[in-house]
Design a protein around this ligand. Structure first.
Ligand code: F6R
Length: 261
């Protein structure tokens, strides 16, 4: 795991976008795993800027989103389908038929989860998975005690996650209880993982995930087993880490061939 501490969310997001842009330029048919929420917004803005100003080409890229609320259709303002259209897809030249999001309206949820997994496999697997982190340590919507080997499936949100996400809904009661999420096993098969976390309210979860024991109580801690995981955070989010000096030293002394930007 590599922990990269930047002075701001903006700087960390630009760095993450540079890493993804480099992947797309070297492999135009790259397969990206994407996240929603407030964390990746500046990252998406930078990808859009690169598309407009630096001709970053998404025409052969395939994407798979991590999750969707059960019961929210594509037109619902809080659906992740809508989020992705508004915050990324409408602004780049991605082919809509290559941008996949779990189907929150599926009549047969288990069958649609199996199909999602098969689609990822058929696309050749995820080259990189973008992740945020929940204040309870979740990745995707794999809440604490999720199986570390889980695949795409239905999950029940914790009351804390429902409360964290209430800001996207007219009233807290409207936040669905159920979601479809890629599993932890699915995420772990991505060839690279980029987790971003910003702000003091993520500091405890990040400290537990990065420096605590690997445990299903903190799903993000499983990334300690990933051979190529980068964690990009800002100062505030690094507040509870013990080894920040070493993380900075590593980043500032990388061999040129290993530098991320
Ligand atoms: C979103 C997702 C979640 C969020 C997490 C953090 O697709 O899978 O794991 O990344 O809940 O949310 P924000 O970024 O809103 O703090």
């Amino acid at each position: 795991m590599e922990v990269i501490i930047q002075s701001s969310q903006e700087n960390a997001s630009v760095l993450a976008a540079q890493m993804v842009a480099r992947l797309i330029r070297s492999k135009p048919e790259a397969v990206l795993g994407l996240a929603t929420g407030s964390t990746p917004l500046p990252f998406y803005r930078e990808l859009i800027r690169m598309h407009r100003e630096e001709a970053l080409d998404f025409s052969a890229v395939t994407t798979f989103n991590l999750d969707e609320y059960v019961g929210l259709g594509p037109r619902h303002p809080a659906s992740y389908y809508r989020f992705m259209q508004e915050n990324l897809f409408e602004h780049i030249n991605i082919r809509p038929e290559l941008a996949f999001i779990p189907d929150g309206m599926a009549s047969d949820v288990p069958a649609s989860c199996l199909e999602y997994e098969a689609r990822i496999r058929d696309a050749g697997g995820l080259d990189v998975q973008i992740l945020g982190i929940g204040s309870d340590g979740h990745i995707g919507f794999n809440e604490p005690i999720s199986s570390l080997a889980s695949r795409t499936r239905i999950k029940t949100l914790t009351p804390r996650t429902r409360l964290d996400n209430a800001r996207y809904f007219a009233t807290p009661e409207e936040v669905p209880h159920h979601v479809i999420t890629m599993g932890i096993g699915t995420i772990m098969e991505a060839r690279q993982v980029l987790l971003m976390g910003f702000g003091a309210n993520k500091a405890d979860a990040l400290a537990a995930a990065i420096e605590g024991p690997v445990s299903a109580q903190v799903p993000a801690s499983v990334l300690q087993f990933h051979p190529r995981a980068h964690v990009l955070i800002d100062e505030a989010a690094s507040g509870k880490l013990q080894r920040t000096e070493y993380y900075r030293h590593v980043f500032n002394n990388k061999p040129v061939w290993q530098q991320v930007s």
